[in-house]
Design a protein around this ligand. Structure first.
Ligand code: FPP
Ligand code: MG
Ligand code: MG
Length: 357
């Protein structure tokens, strides 16, 4: 479509920028203590998908030609620019690159903590950090990553962006808490009606995954001096891509092998979690209710629930919901002026729903 411009591979468009990103992250994380240094950098030595920083960089580029606020404050880049590096894609500001790095560091901090909470044994086809170094080291390394991300964030000298990203860190913890402790029966919405289990699941999904992508997209736009309207577009793209991303993650847990995924599969049921495929299956098979309530804790619950998910169309419905969020993301981004970066963001939403890992 569109004379081939939409076929731009998002990863290729910014491939060189992404490889510099990993180098910069390692520099931001250096510690004098050799073991802390090793544990903190552990998940950066195996290449992850780096989808979050890619989205932040593409959003920076895509919003660079969109309307700007008047009289943007002058920015001192001296603490951020590294003169020894070759110049990269020029429409992306040094502060926006740093935000992409901060986003990936925060994401990695959550993985270190998450693998402890989930007692996961593998990540990216390698032993997880908690297996290699133990829980205590993993937690402290995650804290260290958060601290270094906070220092880098403060150095951006932009209070609005600091507030956005600090809120993300709170949201990540809130999302994980929502997942650990359901309060669906007591939780009231603003209209004082009880949230349905599905609404609660989507709210949790926003908190644990979409908030980081949404607010860092918004932050990239703010750093570029964009208007409110443009930053809102960036936010809406990130939010919907984030929701779609986690819906697919929850679907893959049911349909892919551990070897393909590089991390444990079928993990959610074993952790007692009812994700979208189960919640959809519950609509068809009401007998799932008690199993969900007792978090699949009885012998045979996990197998029974899995069987009912496969018999229902929970997996297809989850995929359809992810696709609908991708369409919302595309709807948002189409409001920006046409560019290679915008087309790459559209392509990316496609990759998010068709990914196998
Ligand atoms: C992965 O989910 C985990 C998250 C998206 C968020 C985890 C958040 C915390 C542990 C909160 C506190 C952490 C910090 C540093 C603020 P998953 O377990 O469904 O994914 P997985 O299959 O990749 O393990
Ligand atoms: Mg996990
Ligand atoms: Mg988890």
């Amino acid at each position: 479509v569109g004379g081939g411009t939409k076929d731009i591979d998002p990863f290729k468009l910014l491939g060189r920028d992404l490889s510099d990103l990993t180098k910069n992250i390692k520099r931001l994380l250096g510690s004098g203590h050799p073991l802390l240094d090793t544990v903190s950098k552990y998940y950066f030595s195996s290449e992850g998908k780096r989808i979050r920083p890619l989205i932040v960089l593409l959003m920076s580029q895509a919003t660079s030609i969109a309307p700007k606020q008047h009289n943007p404050a002058p920015i001192d880049y001296s603490s951020i620019i590294d003169e020894s590096l070759s110049p990269l894609t020029s429409s992306i500001l040094p502060t926006q690159r740093r935000l992409a790095e901060i986003t990936e560091i925060i994401h990695t901090a959550t993985l270190l903590h998450d693998d402890v909470i989930d007692e996961s044994e593998t990540r990216r086809n390698n032993p997880s950090a908690n297996i290699s170094f133990g829980n205590k080291m993993s937690i402290l390394a995650g804290d260290f990553l958060l601290a270094r991300a906070s220092v880098a964030l403060a150095r951006l000298r932009n209070p609005e962006v600091i507030e956005l990203v600090a809120t993300v860190i709170a949201n990540l913890v809130e999302g994980e808490f929502m997942q650990l402790k359901d309060i669906q029966t007591s939780k009231k919405t603003s209209s004082n009606t009880t949230m349905t289990p599905f609404e609660y699941y989507m709210e949790k999904t926003y908190m644990k995954t979409a908030s980081l992508i949404a607010k860092s997209c918004c932050g990239a736009s703010v750093l570029g001096g964009s208007t409110r309207e443009v930053s809102e577009i960036a936010y809406n793209y990130g939010k919907n891509i984030g929701l779609a991303f986690q819906l697919i993650d929850d679907m893959l847990d049911f349909v892919v092998s551990e070897k393909e995924l590089g991390k444990p599969v079928g993990a959610d049921l074993k952790l007692g979690l009812a994700t979208a495929p189960v919640l959809y299956a519950w609509e068809k098979y009401s007998e799932l209710g008690p199993l969900i309530k007792r978090k699949f804790s009885k012998n045979g619950d996990v197998e029974k629930a899995r069987e009912l998910v496969y018999q229902s169309n929970g997996i297809e419905q989850t995929k359809l919901l992810a696709v609908s969020h991708c369409q919302k993301a595309i709807g948002a981004i189409l409001k920006l002026p046409e560019s290679d970066a915008r087309n790459a963001l559209i392509r990316l939403s496609d990759k998010v729903v068709t990914r196998k890992k």
